[in-house]
Design a binder for this molecule. Structure first.
Ligand SMILES: O=C(O)C(=O)Cc1ccc(O)cc1
Length: 392
């Protein structure tokens, strides 16, 4: 039987020795430092925005032979910044680790108990079949502290409000897989972790996946939805694979610059993409913007207006909007709690966060639409292509 996982508890980022990047995430994206763990060799900082938590791991000294420097994680020994671990909360860590091992998964950290004044937790770490990704499985049902045992709470850390940034949780995590590897990754997560297939778009054929063709694009997308939660509220995993025949695109570029498969981006759910984008831009966050023709061609301005949004405002900020057919919620669409007359979603993508063209963030504001917009993905693709051409 496969495990039944819920929304991620945290996503872990690793930075090579001597890169003061945690501060950048805190300052630019206004994530609040909530807890820290520091040893002579490493610093681990938990940064939070409502239920979205990034654990930023930095080396303070060159890598040692000890692979257990980082708590709740393993050391991917990065030569560049990488998002390499996703932690899920589960009920029975030892039972699940045993089961995963019997399914051929490699156990990187066996079930381990840790405790402090706030109570106790149990965790283990398993290796994913995709690139450098690992998963921490964590039971913190007996823990009442602010983050996790081994971490010191950061005094005065309050939840930020009134700054215009409305980020609530991780909406999805997009993996870049090697060519020919997306289907195997999808099968592994279904089999081992009990994720369910999720159709990205009404046009997707289940047997093939969502193929984006056309000028220069060439990408296959497959998606899963966590077993707990509805399409609108659970976390999705998206597997992307390049189908491009003619040289580089953003998926190939990721593979090349990251040195293999891994997490390409994390979608942060926002309840107000306009105020969030504006506030983050003021802090210095940089976003990809589509060509201005995006807003004037093919009835886009009318589509935006019909959705009740202001085309000028979206154009000024570079926010993308895609409308989906009302009532069509993909394969798992049974969530009856949100049924606005028009379902749409708005997205915007940041520039890569590290110095390489690898990991980036996305803001996603879902107004009833649980899938992904083909128009938005194409617009992102074009904007990235323009950016990459400018970099050369
Ligand atoms: O739209 C999204 O957020 C996706 O996750 C789909 C996607 C996947 C890979 C890309 O390079 C760009 C977009």
């Amino acid at each position: 039987m496969a495990a039944s996982l819920s929304r991620p508890c945290f996503i872990s980022l690793h930075l090579p020795y001597r890169q003061g990047w945690a501060q950048h995430l805190a300052n630019t994206f206004r994530f609040q430092p909530v807890a820290v763990r520091e040893t002579l060799r490493v610093r681990q900082l938990a940064l939070r925005r409502e239920s979205a938590i990034f654990l930023v791991n930095e080396r303070l000294a060159p890598a040692s032979t000890s692979s257990r420097d980082f708590l709740y994680d393993v050391d991917p020994q990065p030569t560049l910044g990488t998002a390499s671990n996703v932690c899920f909360e589960v009920n029975d860590v030892p039972g699940l680790c045993k089961q995963l091992q019997s399914q051929g998964c490699s156990l990187l950290v066996p079930p381990t108990d840790l405790n402090d004044d706030g109570g106790s937790v149990t965790y283990g770490v398993v290796s994913s079949v995709v690139g450098n990704i690992s998963h921490t499985l964590l039971d913190r049902s007996c823990y009442r502290g602010p983050f996790l045992p081994g971490f010191q709470p950061i005094q005065g850390a309050t939840s930020a409000t009134g700054d215009g940034i409305k980020i609530t949780h991780f909406d999805h995590i997009t993996y870049v897989c090697p060519r020919g590897g997306a289907r195997a990754a999808l099968d592994w997560y279904q089999r081992c972790f009990g994720f369910h297939r999720f159709l990205l778009n009404p046009q997707e054929r289940p047997a093939e996946g969502y193929v984006l063709g056309g000028k220069g694009v060439g990408m296959l997308l497959l998606a899963l939805q966590s077993a707990q939660g509805t399409p609108a509220h659970g976390c999705k995993l998206v597997f992307a694979e390049s189908l491009s025949q003619n040289g580089t695109n953003q998926v190939d570029t990721f593979l090349e610059q990251h040195g293999g498969a891994g997490i390409q981006h994390v979608g942060l759910c926002t309840t107000d993409i306009v105020s969030t984008t504006r506030a983050l831009q003021q802090q210095g966050a940089r976003f990809f913007t589509p060509p201005t023709t995006y807003y004037s061609q093919g009835g886009k301005a009318e589509e935006i207006q019909e959705a009740g949004q202001d085309p000028h405002m979206l154009a000024e900020l570079g926010i993308l909007l895609d409308t989906t057919v009302p009532g069509d919620k993909g394969q798992l669409g049974t969530d009856a709690t949100e049924s606005p007359s028009r379902e749409y979603l708005m997205q915007i993508f940041t520039h890569p966060l590290f110095s390489e063209e690898t990991f980036f963030l996305e803001l996603i504001d879902r107004r009833g639409a649980p899938g992904f917009g083909e128009g938005n993905i194409r617009a992102l693709w074009k904007a990235v292509q323009v950016y990459m051409d400018q970099q050369q």
